[in-house]
Design a protein around this ligand. Structure first.
Ligand code: 5GP
Ligand code: ZN
Length: 116
């Protein structure tokens, strides 16, 4: 995906504060952190959201979740963290390349959602 923001970050064309990379995923600090620890883990292959995954995407999705705990621990959230994946319009997704937010820090992240 030529002009996808996160594909461009994955290719190194746009700088990021990278904390991890392997053959399937890359992780970097969110540019506008919502908590003291706020990482984004993305698949290197262009997947729009969980609305559009195929069986071919499963290894990348598995890896994405499998590295979250270690990255949280290594980056300042050793006592737990939250993973958030926003999907599509209803989910409030702004960047149309699937990404897991890993949020945490020394203090609890807070209530999951305000109840309507
Ligand atoms: P979404 O709302 O799509 O789930 O989250 C997109 C996230 O990407 C936001 O938290 C936003 O701060 C982050 N973001 C947007 N543009 C950039 C960027 O150029 N670099 C980094 N590191 N994060 C970005
Ligand atoms: Zn992309």
């Amino acid at each position: 995906m030529e002009n996808c923001l996160f594909c461009r970050i994955a290719r190194g064309e746009i700088p990021s504060r990278k904390v991890y990379e392997d053959d399937r995923v890359i992780a970097f600090h969110d540019i506008n952190p919502a908590r003291p620890v706020h990482l984004l883990i993305i698949p290197k292959r262009h997947i729009v959201s969980l609305q559009t995954v195929s069986a071919d995407d499963e290894p990348a999705l598995g890896r994405l979740l499998a590295v979250a705990g270690r990255l949280a621990e290594e980056n300042g959230s050793p006592d737990g963290f939250r993973v958030i994946i926003n999907n599509g319009r209803i989910g409030g997704q702004e960047v149309p390349h699937l990404h897991a937010h890993v949020v945490g820090g020394p203090e609890p992240v807070g209530p999951m959602l305000e109840r309507n």
